[in-house]
Design a protein around this ligand. Structure first.
Ligand SMILES: CCCCC/C=C\C/C=C\C/C=C\C/C=C\CCCC(=O)SCCNC(=O)CCNC(=O)[C@H](O)C(C)(C)COP(=O)(O)OP(=O)(O)OC[C@H]1O[C@@H](n2cnc3c(N)ncnc32)[C@H](O)[C@@H]1OP(=O)(O)O
Length: 239
């Protein structure tokens, strides 16, 4: 597997400001608890209305300074896959479980527990949330193997309903690489029964040709306004 990198020409990003990292992680955790509790609370209407007013006040404080969609957060670093606000892995995103993926040999593994904010059928995970997890899982397997791409194709089979509030294990491995294309398979299972996949799937990740990279990410900057690393990517590989 090649080690050519779209990001090889760029110096490693400095370590994130530890105070900012800690505060964002704590805010993400607090909002995660808030989101989960908003969908489970049974307090009376008046109390919910009062809390809503308080939350709007807090939102106004955060809105005093925000970034646009073409600016990475100060905590993010594309070459090292640090994505603070990912809806799957982001510690700063209250919707995210969050799940962290790691390499174990030729497999990528993550564990998580989903909440009622991820509910589809009562007491079970929404099928679209399973797809979200699978996309990130399979994409992470490609990335952690030194290949980067956007999801071109994703096929899932739902063998069994995924229960909420129950430890889950997610695993994936690469089955094929060619040119800019990476094929990955994987699944979601109960941690207690890791060999019985409740969801299985396969995805094709394609590293976009230069014209598409420019179209999608040409305006992207780091938090300090510098062009984001990766603009020279041409060959579909990373790291
Ligand atoms: C500053 C720049 C860097 C910015 C980087 C940004 C972030 C990076 C950080 C982390 C990301 C890493 C991992 C993330 C993990 C998971 C997150 C989930 C990922 C997503 O959430 S992502 C959003 C959803 N995703 C899209 O929004 C894509 C829309 N789509 C397109 O933008 C194009 O469609 C594209 C780019 C996919 C391909 O376009 P293209 O023109 O570059 O490719 P082209 O046609 O030349 O094909 C080349 C070879 O791929 C084969 N191929 C193509 N399509 C195929 C298909 N569908 N099935 C099977 N094979 C396919 C061909 O057959 C040929 O194969 P062969 O060479 O063998 O002939």
């Amino acid at each position: 597997m090649t080690t050519t990198s779209p990001w090889a020409e760029h110096p490693a990003a400095p370590d994130p400001d530890p105070d900012l990292q800690a505060a964002v992680t704590e805010l993400g955790a607090a909002v995660r608890d808030l989101l989960e509790t908003t969908v489970t609370t049974t307090v009376p209407a008046g109390e919910q209305a009062a809390v809503a007013a308080g939350v709007r006040g807090l939102t106004a404080r955060l809105a005093a300074a925000t970034r646009g969609r073409h600016t990475l957060s100060a905590l993010d670093d594309l070459p090292t896959f640090r994505r603070t606000y990912s809806p799957v892995t982001g510690v700063g995103n209250g919707f995210a479980p969050p799940v962290q993926f790691r390499r174990e040999g030729d497999t990528v593994v993550g564990e998580t527990v989903l909440g009622l904010r991820h509910e589809g059928p009562p007491a079970h995970c929404h099928g679209g949330v399973s797809a979200l997890l699978m996309d990130q899982l399979l994409g992470s397997a490609a990335f952690l193997a030194g290949r980067w791409g956007m999801t071109a194709h994703l096929v899932l089979t739902y063998h069994g309903a995924v229960p909420l509030q129950t430890p889950l294990v997610l695993t994936a491995r690469i089955t094929e690489t060619s040119g800019r294309k990476t094929v990955v398979t994987g699944g979601i299972a109960l941690a207690a029964e890791p060999d019985r996949e409740l969801v299985s799937g396969e995805a094709v990740f394609v590293s976009p040709r230069p014209e598409l990279l420019e179209l999608y990410f040409g305006a992207l900057t780091t938090a300090d306004g510098s062009p984001a690393p990766g603009h020279g990517a041409t060959d579909g590989t990373a790291l």
